[in-house]
Structures are given as structure tokens and as C-alpha cells.
Design a protein around this ligand. Sequence first.
Ligand SMILES: CC(C)(COP(=O)(O)OP(=O)(O)OC[C@H]1O[C@@H](n2cnc3c(N)ncnc32)[C@H](O)[C@@H]1OP(=O)(O)O)[C@@H](O)C(=O)NCCC(=O)NCCS
Length: 147
Amino acid sequence: MITIRNFTDSDYAVLCELDAPMFSGMGGPILFRHIQELFGELFFVAEYDGKIIGYILGGVHLEDAALGKLVRIGVCKGFQRKECGTKLTDALFSRMKERGIKRVHLTVAETNAPAISFYKKIGFVQKDYRENYFYPDIPRLVLEKEL
Ligand SMILES: CC(C)(COP(=O)(O)OP(=O)(O)OC[C@H]1O[C@@H](n2cnc3c(N)ncnc32)[C@H](O)[C@@H]1OP(=O)(O)O)[C@@H](O)C(=O)NCCC(=O)NCCS
């Protein structure tokens, strides 16, 4: 059974290894430390049989405490399409709701068809398209969902 719990410091090295093939060159080890320090309550891991198989990172806007962000989600290849992503988002969104967050946004590459299908399935709609979102010229779709 897949279970979800908050990230702890002892997960750090394992999570960095798990992240590398999923988000090559996208700074997982640095991102995890920042999210742990700033938004630890919104940092969850998924486990199967005592082994970490996925994670989700959330955040909150300082200037709008009702607006949350899904910063990153990743599920190991062998465990995709088994509702792990859905369980991770459920955990994040219920914690966000407890904190008074009313809506959540994220960005995704327009070429990442599996992730876009996933986000649409769980209720996100496209709100914007941002050119040059990441340096130097990487565009992103902006998706949003009411909680
Ligand atoms: C996107 C991701 C997190 C989804 O996680 P998951 O555990 O596989 O998702 P779930 O099993 O909860 O899927 C729920 C629904 O989303 C949709 N979905 C998920 N993956 C999909 C895919 N590859 N293709 C089409 N639809 C998909 C389906 O409707 C699915 O329901 P179904 O399996 O009953 O058809 C996972 O594919 C992943 O980690 N991808 C690599 C990292 C990544 O791209 N992250 C997002 C970066 S912005």
C-alpha cells in the first residue's frame, strides 16, 4: 500500500537520488533544502513497503496567503499510474486547505503531456502561457485549481 507522510531530514539523500533521473539538471538537492526550510509542512513523500517512491513540494505566496503553489511532484517510473500522484496531491491540498489556502497554481512544460493529463484529471485548468519563464528561453504553461 502507498502511504504519504511529511518529509524528514533523514529522507534527504534518498530523495536526491530518486529525483536525479526524473528532473535531470533541475536542482532537486537545492530545491529540497529550500522547501524543507521554508515550507516543511507542505513537503510530503510517498512510501511503498518502507521505500520512498515519490514526493511533492508546495509553497505559499507571501503577498497572498490564500494562493498556494505546487512547486514540484515526482513519482518513480515503476510506480506511475498507481494513484501515487493523486495521493500526494490530496495530502498537499488538504494541508493547504487547513492553512486557509483557497487556490493553487503550478507551471509545467507544454511538452510534458503526461503531467498535463495528470493535472487536468485532478482539476487544474490552464490560466496563462509564460514565454521565457525559465532562463534563457524556456516557456511554461500556468495552471490553476480552486481548493
Ligand atoms: C505526473 C506524475 C506525477 C503523475 O503521477 P502518477 O502517480 O502516475 O499519477 P496517478 O496514478 O495518480 O494518475 C491519476 C490520473 O492522471 C492521469 N495520468 C497520469 N499519468 C498519465 C500519463 N502518463 N498519461 C496520461 N494520463 C496520465 C490519468 O487520468 C490517471 O488516471 P488513470 O491512471 O486512472 O487513467 C508522474 O507521471 C511523474 O512523476 N512524472 C514525471 C515527473 C513530472 O513530469 N512531474 C511533473 C512536473 S511539472
